[in-house]
Design a protein around this ligand. Structure first.
Ligand SMILES: Cc1cc2nc3c(=O)[nH]c(=O)nc-3n(C[C@H](O)[C@H](O)[C@H](O)COP(=O)(O)OP(=O)(O)OC[C@H]3O[C@@H](n4cnc5c(N)ncnc54)[C@H](O)[C@@H]3O)c2cc1C
Length: 337
């Protein structure tokens, strides 16, 4: 069913909890309902998809329609000896989908436990954590295109997934609404324990079962990341910068402990934005309303009653300090509206 709200308060619909409004909030359950919203003369002229609002910073009231999928439901659509393919509606909470897979003894989603957000948003930035990415389990993405008002299905290859990237952040940005996603999970145990202290935590819990891996990841995340219900934030505010390999080597000579990661392009290297912010002296920095988290330099937080502009001003200060210290420009990962 479609529901429409006017002048809707967004405070509980964005994880920064900034106090902005939208002209219209339109919620829908099933993909077909989008025909009723868009295949009419009264279709919204300005619109944006709002999932759980965990990767969006509102800097002003939104003077268009926010399209908000709320459809729930997970069903098995294919199965063979080795794997099961499920279809999850865009409005399903990502972590509920992960919990469903773990309960049904299906492998592949467990390392992505507790990432906040909706299933519909997961392909957009190809969410990832602890050595796994959504692209490892996504097989198809079902969507509605406002280019021709048709419902379509993209294969995994057509989604052009890369590190925190996909076609939905490039050519199809602002042109499609993802209505559901197919995930292919393995019936065969495939523990992925190579990242950080996951292996040790899993051993402490008694070995590599699906439940133990999920529990280990949830406890690591709870220790490291601020709870958005207590302190507004959007997880990592900045992307890890990718620079020319020579530049990374030059910096490494000046800063021996600086983390440098290889990329798919052998002429480039990835630096850790959190490390750069920390070394630039901004970790734990705060003003009255906003700050850089004191344990996670990549996370900007709302200490209460901040507006989007307060967060933007802080992010610019952080960018400036990193630029002055390292000559590196760090860019926001969060969508700024
Ligand atoms: C505490 C915290 C920790 C986090 N940790 C991680 C992490 O470990 N790894 C990681 O990758 N991310 C992480 N994030 C970021 C966030 O969880 C992801 O970006 C997530 O996918 C956002 O989901 P959402 O439903 O809230 O999307 P939103 O914030 O509502 O939207 C994000 C973007 O996707 C678009 N979008 C959303 N739904 C749809 C749809 N159905 N169709 C088309 N476009 C859509 C929006 O228009 C917007 O551009 C974290 C965030 C927080 C607050």
């Amino acid at each position: 069913m479609i529901k429409e709200f006017t002048n809707h308060d967004l405070k509980e619909l964005n994880s920064f909890h900034v106090e902005q409004k939208c002209l219209k909030l339109i919620t829908f359950e099933r993909g077909e309902e989008l025909d009723q919203i868009f295949c009419t003369e009264n279709r919204p002229q300005k619109w944006y998809v709002l999932g759980g609002g965990n990767n969006i910073l509102f800097t002003q009231d939104y003077d268009g329609a926010l399209i908000h999928p709320v459809g729930q439901g997970i069903e098995v659509v294919a199965e063979d000896e080795q794997s099961v393919t499920i279809n999850a509606q865009a409005g399903v909470e990502w972590d509920d989908m992960v919990a469903w897979c773990v309960e049904h003894n299906l492998w592949g989603a467990e390392n992505l436990s507790l990432i906040p957000g909706s299933v519909g948003a997961s392909p957009v930035q190809n969410i990832g954590a602890y050595g796994a990415e959504a692209k490892d389990i996504i097989s198809r993405v079902h969507l509605f295109s406002t280019l021709d008002y048709q419902h379509k299905t993209l294969t995994k290859e057509e989604c052009r997934f890369a590190y925190r990237e996909s076609i939905f952040k490039q050519e199809l940005k602002g042109k499609v609404i993802i209505t559901s996603v197919d995930f292919t999970l393995s019936k065969v145990a495939k523990p992925n324990l190579h990242y950080g202290d996951v292996c040790q935590r899993v051993e402490e819990l008694g070995g590599a079962t699906l439940n133990n891996i999920r529990e280990a990841i949830c406890s690591i995340r709870n220790e490291k990341l601020p709870d958005t219900s207590k302190m507004g934030n959007a997880g990592s505010f900045f992307k890890n910068p990718i620079v020319a390999k020579e530049r990374a080597e030059e910096l490494k000579q000046q800063h021996e402990n600086m983390p440098v990661y290889p990329t798919a392009d052998p002429t480039k290297a990835k630096l850790a934005a959190g490390w750069l912010i920390d070394k630039a002296g901004m970790k734990g920095y705060r003003t009255e309303k906003v700050g850089v988290h004191d344990r996670q330099a990549l996370v900007l937080v709302n200490h209460g009653r901040a507006c989007g502009r307060d967060v933007i001003e802080l992010s610019e200060q952080v960018q400036q300090r990193v630029w002055e210290c390292f000559g590196i420009r760090i860019e926001p990962e969060v969508n700024i509206l």
